[in-house]
Design a protein around this ligand. Structure first.
Ligand SMILES: CC(C)(COP(=O)(O)OP(=O)(O)OC[C@H]1O[C@@H](n2cnc3c(N)ncnc32)[C@H](O)[C@@H]1OP(=O)(O)O)[C@@H](O)C(=O)NCCC(=O)NCCS
Length: 210
């Protein structure tokens, strides 16, 4: 679909907003002339978001208006300073993001009852999916009739989740770990470990990297 703009500046600015929405790291190195309108745009959108959902947003964050954030009371979303949430992410609280956390496009996070906590400087590549709940599976009831369990998910600081990583409920990924592209994590991951596969298994240690 193309959008018609009679003013070339407006046309360029719409494309610039889209670029920032899908690649928000660019927001943090904008030239001053772009930063002025981009900050005003973000302030207006973040104020709106905080007025309609139970969300707290720190300083110097970027939230794409094309991300979907849902946070009823007691299912809060708290976003630390310098974090970004790219387009097409879907977040349902309770979720807390530390400082400088990156959620790239199409990440899906559902905090269940116990929540998802992502620590400072963690990077989630595109299409990661974290679900902090499971359905009961007894055969005498249908899945949707059964109680949901939730233990919560914790992602440590400076953790890198590659593209399309899945994390099931109850998992802790300890500080400085790396999870390779397309992996599914079903057990806790130790600090500094590099894990890959489905289910994810250790293949290395960041402390051995030169
Ligand atoms: C895991 C990763 C970081 C590489 O780590 P590494 O320590 O350099 O690992 P290597 O490349 O030496 O591979 C070691 C082994 O793991 C395998 N491997 C690497 N990544 C894998 C993955 N994602 N899934 C399954 N196996 C993988 C390799 O094939 C190799 O197997 P072999 O020993 O049988 O030959 C990288 O492969 C990866 O998945 N990066 C994520 C990329 C991404 O999502 N980018 C998005 C932008 S943020």
């Amino acid at each position: 679909m193309t959008t018609e703009f009679s003013d070339p500046l407006l046309k360029y600015r719409e494309q610039h907003k889209k670029r920032l929405s899908y690649m928000p790291w660019l927001y943090f190195s904008l030239k001053p002339k772009h930063l002025a309108w981009a900050q005003a745009w973000q302030q207006e959108y973040q104020d709106y978001l905080c007025s309609v959902e139970s969300i707290q947003i720190g300083k110097n964050c970027f939230i794409s208006p094309d991300a979907q954030l849902f946070a009823e009371p007691n299912r809060d979303i708290i976003i630390g300073d310098g974090s970004f949430i790219a387009a097409d992410c879907v977040l349902h609280g309770p979720i807390t993001l530390g400082k400088n956390v990156a959620l790239n496009h199409h990440c899906t996070l559902d905090g269940g009852r116990m929540g998802i906590h992502i620590s400072d400087n963690a990077r989630l590549a595109a299409y990661c999916h974290l679900y902090a709940f499971n359905h009961g599976m007894k055969l005498d009831y249908t899945i949707h009739e059964q109680a949901v369990s939730s233990h919560g998910i914790v992602i440590g600081q400076d953790v890198w989740l590659g593209a399309s990583v899945g994390i099931v409920d109850g998992v802790t990924i300890h500080d400085y770990a790396v999870v390779g592209m397309d992996s599914t994590v079903t057990r806790d991951v130790a600090s500094y470990a590099i894990v890959v596969g489905n289910p994810a298994k250790k293949i290395g240690d960041r402390r051995d990297k030169k």
